[in-house]
Design a protein. Structure first.
Length: 366
């Protein structure tokens, strides 16, 4: 009997995402399999020994020494198995990109899934695949000791992780708040995300809802954070949110609202985090220059904005930058004074750093 193909690392996580969206992997051929899980990169595949590494440009083989593939993999399709989410996160953490791994972990532990075909770029109200506690409990079962590089890397991811995010915006904001200060975060206490609060007392006369689910809640401190995304801009949502907020205020909670502009402007972003810190009563030493440098780097990574620029550059969900197709095709013009390039395509206006101001007056980006 031919051994099954075992997807691992990022390929496994993408396969789990596709399954949450109701899109099982296609096994017609390698190209169909890659396309069905949403990747154009090589497939990450587990092999039992080094001499079993797969030949060809389509696969990146990883030796699964010490991994119980029967217990830590799941059937995905005919002839294909996939590493469980916890193992795949442990594998991906070894590559050292804590932010990327943490964002994928937020997705798997949350109630949303990234979907490029969805109007908002993601689908809401999907059951989580795992939890922070489950990931942490399986660390001892992973190959190597608890002090291995992979386990240490995964624990760094867990330091930034919370269960229950309902959108990418909530996940990024929570990551920025709770990540250690030396990692670019603000080192704030981990909130409960979308945890239920039963409306009681005078609050029952202010909203039709009997249970509300705030984006972020610090129960002991009585503080609530609400992210006001485009979903909340509809008239019906505005009325519903106002009633909810009034009920929460009547019950003794304090509510802080967060907008997209606040997180896309670095000064407002820092002011927001300081307001949250003060509301929580957290006392911290002044940040060192190194902390401030990493803080701005994490902000750029999460929100795709360079300080002082009006327009964000594009970032994928995992924080890696990319250039949109319109900017690849459009003629870019450079200003010697500001040393930037601006896409002239109508409606874009995207700003890019100009690497060579003398030669970038009128050049096409390829």
């Amino acid at each position: 009997m031919e051994a099954p193909l075992i997807l691992s690392h990022e390929s496994a996580l993408l396969c789990h995402r596709a399954a949450r969206l109701g899109r099982p992997p296609r096994v017609d051929n390698v190209a169909a399999l890659a396309a069905s899980i949403g990747t154009t990169s090589k497939l990450d595949v587990l092999v039992p020994t080094a001499d079993k590494r797969l030949r060809g440009s389509w696969a990146h083989s990883h030796v699964c020494a010490g991994i119980d593939t029967d217990a830590l993999t799941l059937p995905a399709a005919n002839g294909i198995r996939v590493c469980v989410p916890e193992l795949a996160l442990w594998q991906l953490a070894q590559r050292g990109d804590v932010v990327r791994t943490a964002l994928l972990a937020y997705e798997l532990c949350g109630t949303f899934a990234i979907d490029a075909d969805a109007p908002d770029g993601f689908v809401r109200e999907i059951a989580p695949m795992t939890s922070r506690g489950r990931i942490e409990s399986l660390v001892p079962a992973m190959p190597g000791s608890a002090c291995s590089r992979a386990s240490i890397a995964l624990r760094r991811v867990l330091d930034t992780l919370a269960d229950g995010a309902a959108s990418p915006a909530e996940a990024k904001l929570c990551l920025a708040m709770v990540a250690p200060r030396l990692s670019g975060g603000f080192g704030l206490p981990r909130p409960l995300l979308n945890s239920p609060i039963v409306v009681s007392g005078t609050g029952r006369g202010l909203t039709e809802k009997r249970t509300v689910y705030p984006d972020a809640l610090w129960e002991k401190e009585g503080l609530i954070l609400e992210y006001q995304g485009a979903y909340h801009a509809m008239e019906s949502r505005i009325e519903s949110d106002a009633g909810r907020d009034n009920a929460l205020l009547a019950m003794g909670y304090r509510v802080i609202h967060v907008t997209r502009r606040q997180v896309n402007d670095y000064d407002l972003y820092q002011g927001l985090m300081e307001a949250i810190r003060l509301a929580l009563g957290v006392r911290l030493a002044l940040p060192s220059p190194r902390m401030l440098e990493r803080r701005e780097a994490l902000w750029r990574r999460l929100y795709g904005v360079r300080r002082g620029e009006r327009q964000p550059f594009s970032v994928r969900w995992d924080g890696t930058p990319f250039l949109p197709e319109c900017c690849k095709r459009a003629v870019m013009y450079s200003s010697n004074e500001s040393n930037v390039q601006i896409c002239t395509k109508s409606g874009c206006g995207r700003v890019q750093k100009c690497t060579n101001a003398a030669n970038a007056r009128a050049s096409a980006l390829e």
